[in-house]
Design a protein around this ligand. Structure first.
Ligand SMILES: Nc1ncnc2c1ncn2[C@@H]1O[C@H](COP(=O)(O)OP(=O)(O)OP(=O)(O)O)[C@@H](O)[C@H]1O
Length: 252
C-alpha cells in the first residue's frame, strides 16, 4: 500500500493552506508576498496557479512545499503541519512527501534514466521498489530508455524522466514550476497530457505554476493570484477563459 494511503486519512485534502501570510524582510523594506491565503486541494486533482509577475506564485509554491516558512498561518501537507517545523524536519518532508518538477529538468548527467529515478528513494533511505520504478518509467513512456543518459534524450524525454522521479516516492503533492517552459509547443502539450493521465490513473495530486493559459487549461482548476491574494478560482477552465481572467487582472 502506498505511503500516502497509510499515513493520511481518506477524504482529507492533499494540501490545505489556512490564512497564510508571507512577508519578506522587515520595516520599510518589507514585502508581503502572500496575504491571508486560504485554499484546499482535493486528492487526485490537477491545479494550476496563475497570476501576473510578482503576484506571489513562487512564494505560494514554496510555502506549500516546505521550501519556505509562512510568516503566519497554517500549511497542511496531508496530515502534517509544516508551519513552525524545524529545517531538518522540513527537509525530510520535502524529500518524502513532495515531488518537484522544474523548467530545467535537473537530472544527474552521470546517471542513467533508471538511476536518476532510483536516486530519490535511495536518498530517503527507502528500499527501491523496482516494480514500481519500472511501472513509472513505462507510464511516462521511457520504459525502453531506462539505460540511457540524460544527454542522449530530448528535452521532452528528460522532462518525462523528471516526472517519474517526482512520483517515485508516492508524494502527497507534485509541485511543478513552469514544467513546459523550456519545451516546444507540441512537446509541452504532451507533457501536460501526461500530468493529466497521472492524476487520473494514479490519483496523484499536482500543483503547477504556469504563465501559459493553454497549459492551465489542462488542469481541473486554476487559482489566480494578484498582489499576494487569491483573486479567483476557475473550475474546468478553457484557455480563452483563463486568458480573459488574466487580462482583467492586468496581465497583457
Ligand atoms: N526572498 C525574497 N526577498 C524579498 N522579496 C521577495 C523574495 N521573494 C519574493 N519576493 C517578493 O515577493 C513578491 C512575490 O514574488 P514571487 O516570486 O512569489 O512572485 P511570482 O508571481 O512568482 O513572480 P514571477 O511570475 O515574476 O516569477 C514580489 O514582490 C517579490 O519581489
Amino acid at each position: 500500500m502506498s505511503r500516502a494511503l497509510t499515513t493520511t486519512s481518506v477524504g482529507t485534502s492533499a494540501l490545505r493552506l489556512e490564512s497564510v501570510t508571507k512577508t519578506y524582510g522587515s520595516g520599510e523594506n518589507s514585502v508581503t508576498a502572500l496575504r491571508d491565503v486560504s485554499i484546499a486541494l482535493d486528492r487526485g486533482t490537477f491545479t494550476a496557479v496563475m497570476g501576473p509577475s510578482g503576484s506571489g506564485k513562487s512564494t505560494f509554491l514554496h510555502c506549500a512545499a516546505g521550501l519556505d516558512q509562512p510568516t503566519s498561518g497554517s500549511v497542511l501537507l496531508g496530515d502534517v503541519e509544516l508551519a513552525g517545523m524545524k529545517e531538518a524536519a522540513l527537509t525530510a518532508v520535502r524529500r518524502d512527501r513532495v515531488g518537484f518538477v522544474f523548467q530545467a529538468y535537473n537530472l544527474m548527467s552521470a546517471l542513467t534514466v533508471e538511476e536518476n529515478v532510483a536516486l530519490v528513494p535511495r536518498l530517503s533511505g527507502h528500499e527501491v521498489d523496482r516494480a514500481w520504478l519500472r511501472e513509472l518509467l513505462g507510464r511516462v513512456g521511457m520504459g525502453d530508455r531506462a539505460d540511457r543518459r540524460p544527454s542522449q534524450l530530448s528535452g521532452g524525454q528528460q522532462q518525462r524522466v523528471a516526472i517519474a522521479r517526482a512520483l517515485v516516492n508516492r508524494p502527497e503533492v507534485v509541485m511543478a514550476d513552469e514544467p513546459t517552459g523550456a519545451l516546444d509547443t507540441r512537446t509541452g502539450r504532451q507533457v501536460l497530457e501526461l500530468f493529466r493521465q497521472l492524476v487520473l490513473e494514479l490519483g496523484q495530486t499536482v500543483l503547477m505554476v504556469t504563465h501559459d493559459p493553454v497549459a492551465a487549461s489542462y488542469a481541473d482548476s486554476v487559482v489566480f493570484l494578484a498582489d499576494g491574494r487569491i483573486a479567483g478560482r476557475m473550475h474546468h477552465p478553457t484557455a480563452a477563459q483563463v486568458s480573459e481572467f488574466m487580462t482583467n487582472l492586468g496581465e497583457v
